[in-house]
Design a binder for this molecule. Sequence first.
Ligand code: GLP
Length: 243
Amino acid sequence: MKIVRAKDYYDMSRKAANIISAQIIMKPDCVLGLATGSTPIGTYEQLVEWYKKGDLDFSSVTTINLDEYRGVTKEDPHSYYYFMREKLFSQVNIDLSRTYIPDGMDDDAQHACRFYEEIISRCGGIDLQLLGLGHNGHIGFNEPGTAFEARTHLVNLTEATRKANQRFFADDENVPRQAYTMGIKSIMQAKKIVVVVSGKDKAEALCAAVQGEITPNVQASVLQLHNDVTIVADQEACSLLEV
Ligand code: GLP
């Protein structure tokens, strides 16, 4: 595991965007695994800026997102589909037919999950997976206790996760109770993984993930077993790490 220490959120975003840019430049038809949440927003902003300057070309890139709320339409501003379109897809020259996000409106969970796994393998696997980190150590929507063997599956969101995401919704009742997420097994098959972490409130989760025991209770701790993980974290997020 490599830990890249950034000064602040802006520096973290630029460093992560640099790694993703290198991937796109080295392999223009790469498959990027993408994440939502507030942490990667600055990374996407930086990628858009470099695209607008003419330094990046997304025309052959494929993207596969980690997760989506269940029962939320693509047009709903709370959907991860909407988020991705707004923050990245509508601002670069990506071919929308090569952007994949679990279908939150597919009621048939078995079908939705199997179909998504088929997409991942049809695309030839993920070259670079971008991840954020939940306060309880989750990645994607893989909640504490989930078997590391899980592939894409339906999740009942914990109250802690619903609370953490409540800031995006009008009130608590509107926060979805379920989501589809790529499982740890699907994530761990990515060739390269980049995790962005920012803020003091993530320091404990980051410490548990990189220096703690490898346990399903801290889903991100499994990343210690992957052979190409880069964690880009700002000073506050690193505050509890041993030097
Ligand atoms: C959600 C997402 C995760 C994300 C996490 C942290 O639960 N499903 O993919 O990493 O939130 O989000 P944030 O970056 O906003 O703290």
